[in-house]
Design a protein around this ligand. Sequence first.
Ligand code: GDP
Ligand code: MG
Length: 439
Amino acid sequence: LAERLQETMSKIKGKGKVSEADVKTMAREVRLALLEADVNFKVVKQFVNRVKERAVGQEVMKSLTPGQQVIKVVNEELTDLMGREESKLEQAEKPPTVIMMVGLQGSGKTTTAAKLANYLRKEKNRNPMLVAADVYRPAAIDQLNTLGKQLNMPVYSQGTEANPVDIVREGVEQAKAENHDYVLLDTAGRLHVDETLMEELQGMKDAVQPDEVLLVVDAMTGQDAVNVAEHFNEQLSISGVVLTKLDGDTRGGAALSIRAVTEKPIKFAGMGEKIDQLETFHPERMASRILGMGDVLSLIEKAQTNVDEERAKELEKKMRNADISFDDFLEQLEQVKSMGPLEDILGMIPGAGKMKGLKNMQVDESQIGRVEAIVRSMTKAEKQDPKLMNASRKRRIAKGSGTTVQDVNKLLKQFEDMKKMMKQMSSMNGKKKGKGKGG
Ligand code: GDP
Ligand code: MG
């Protein structure tokens, strides 16, 4: 999905003007991309219509080119589709809050129950308890027990002969008695949705009245995940979704459709097998990931609030021509510092992951201070033209900045690499640019 959208987006990104025909082409591409990614066709249709309406009718913002605006619209609509806001866990008025995990076999219920318990204790300072109510696979109880031991967290269980409804009822009673404020119920799954499973889950739900029924679905299963979500929601009325295995090479389709089809929020994302690899689900980040363009728009927005627009344009032009100086570099550095961790910023640059020069350019946060000192020790001429740099100048700069000549060399090298990267980028982005304004 990402690849295809990215391609489409890069085609329109550089455009100075977007005609209605462009919007149509773009809409068709977006539609194909979404369908290919297993997004439900009804969802796709609505989505594309909304994008078209907004892209054609929108007011022209001064700061963005129309091409960028279309991307912005697509990004916003994708975000909307997934619920815009992050969605919080419900909390019982009277503890304990009961969270029931449901889903198909292998979707990640047991793992996610443990991850969630860990999250609640670590991030929210809670005191959760786990309940093993999957009695069909003996290994399931062991699995949860092992995770409980690993976390040093209590796990309530009975034998495999016990009735799951009794287990969860008694488990919640015990949690109450022991003053746990959260109880996580791990339940059994099946390979496919079936009546018996639903009836049993319904019985458990009736017995303990959970505050959350979280459906755990495997993002790798694409459209199947969406069907599963639809079924579970119809029959069990879930309260939210955890999308697991998003760390894999997954297409974003499931994330997009689930929300639209069930109208239930995705609350968490599983990002790996390890116990701490659970994240709050961020619709906006997912939209950007799907678009494959990083958070380029939020970068633009951030930059706008921070720098004067004219200056930004000037810089953009300089970057495009790869003729920035160390003065510009310093300015960028200041700005970058006000935006947040460098790694994130680099991640926001579309295609940056693929760039060759980037490896050498990875900037260690702790080194920013040193870099700044070096640049500030340069003369005006040196900043404008790094080629002036010779051995004695380097020694002077190193001394002035409290660094070594190697440090200075390293920075100069990085600076050259960065310029090279800018050249690469502008030839990537600019090829189809035509006669854009200001360029
Ligand atoms: P259950 O049958 O629904 O209880 O599923 P499990 O919790 O036993 O998980 C099934 C498999 O998926 C296990 O091997 C887990 O380690 C793996 N798994 C669960 N969540 C994730 C995730 O977010 N990413 C990855 N890569 N693997 C996961
Ligand atoms: Mg399990």
